[in-house]
Design a protein around this ligand. Structure first.
Ligand code: KG4
Ligand code: ZN
Length: 365
């Protein structure tokens, strides 16, 4: 387990009264707690579970147990870093879903108990909405997108393009039909014998490889949806075929193979984004999720800014990966609306963006 944190000072108050939100995130393999003063982050603690590395992927039962061990120290540390006593808190926000049920249950139960104990409101948060609204965490020198904008969330668990009309009016324009883009990176890396999570390693090797060395097919998927399972299969067959001719093939050509995989994934994402821009006429693009660290994707977005006049937004990496600060910013906006949850609320493993009345999904070709 390792801890990561930031500390800022709250400078803005709403109607002269500061709102302090304690936020909890436990949807997958990161236990995180944050304290926000209005829309500014006072602390954001993340305990990453290293135990999954040896298994090459997240093991749900182990994740749930690790959350149980981490949640109390992580919350304590978040309050201490923020220099906030729990009696000062205005509300508790927590991730209701989507995610691993056993993991979500730990955060949900903790948040419910604490809100009942302190007698303060409980605020459920959709994890996907939080990735999108992480762009609204107030930070010096960081510009926030203006509504409406397109959000693309790319991580080990998600791949979505969403039309964001305002804080709580979002339309899912497209999403993956099978693997998430981070899984595509990680599973490809596993086929190449790289350690988990392999996305950053593919990125690293790509820097010295030829992206056009091995052309991999791009999936043909209608509209703005994605599919990555075919890419994984074609990489598997490609490696088997080449390794049958030369057992050293992967070792000798790892940089070119990684660059070619990264190039193909980047093209798949950019093709869909271009389609979404054409369909909506919106050129503000906000990216989130762990995969947004990828240098190939970042370069492609920088090119699109220059050549296509897009305006792109990527939050600090700390707010791209799973973290409680993004849960807290949604909690803040929900607090302002008085949108609180009943104490009987339960965790939801499947919680589609649009799973509540104010957000809906639409399908477009
Ligand atoms: O958002 P995140 O920390 O956790 C969730 O999956 O929700 O994202 C982790 C994913 C992993 O699949 C990891 O391989 C990928 O993000 N990732 C990257 C890079 N850094 C992290 N993929 C490609 N290139 C990177 N530089
Ligand atoms: Zn996530």
């Amino acid at each position: 387990m390792f801890y990561l944190c930031t500390t800022n000072f709250c400078s803005k108050s709403v109607q002269n009264q500061n709102i302090y939100i304690l936020a909890i995130e436990s949807s997958c393999d990161d236990t995180s707690a944050a304290v926000l003063c209005n829309d500014e982050v006072l602390s954001n603690i993340v305990a990453t579970q290293k135990i999954h590395e040896e298994y090459g992927g997240v093991i749900p039962e182990l994740a749930s147990r690790a959350h149980q061990q981490h949640i109390v120290p992580v919350v304590h540390q978040a309050l201490a870093k923020a220099n906030i006593d729990k009696k000062q808190l205005s509300a508790i926000a927590f991730t209701r879903g989507p995610g691993l049920l056993g993991s979500l249950l730990v955060g949900t139960s903790f948040a419910k108990s604490l809100s009942l104990g302190l007698g303060i409101p409980l605020i459920e948060v959709n994890h996907m909405e939080a990735h999108i609204l992480s762009h609204y965490i107030r930070e010096k020198g960081i510009k926030r997108p203006e509504f409406p904008f397109l959000a693309m969330t790319i991580s080990g668990g998600h791949t979505q393009i969403v039309l964001v009309r305002d804080y709580f009016h979002m339309e899912v324009l497209g999403q993956t039909l099978d693997d998430a883009v981070g899984e595509a990176f990680d599973k490809s890396a596993k086929l190449l014998g790289l350690t988990y999570p392999g996305g950053p390693l593919i990125d690293l090797y790509s820097k010295e490889g030829n992206p056009k060395a091995y052309p991999f097919p791009k999936p043909k998927v209608d509209g703005l949806n994605f599919s990555f399972s075919g890419l994984k299969t074609s990489i598997l067959y490609f490696i088997k075929r080449e390794a049958a001719k030369d057992p050293q093939f992967v070792q000798d050509n790892i940089k070119d193979i990684c660059a070619s995989i990264q190039y193909t994934i980047t093209e798949i994402l950019m093709d869909k984004l271009k389609k979404a821009v054409k369909q909506t006429g919106i050129k503000q693009i906000a990216i989130g999720g762990g995969v947004s660290a990828n240098s190939g994707i970042r370069n492609a977005l920088a090119m699109a800014e220059k050549e296509l006049g897009w305006k792109t937004f990527i939050p600090r990496f700390e707010y791209c990966t799973d973290n409680a600060a993004m849960i807290g910013i949604v909690g803040y906006y929900k607090y302002l609306k008085g949108d609180f949850s009943d104490p009987s609320v339960t965790a939801l493993a499947r919680y589609q963006l649009g799973g509540n009345s104010r957000v809906r999904n639409i399908k477009k070709d």
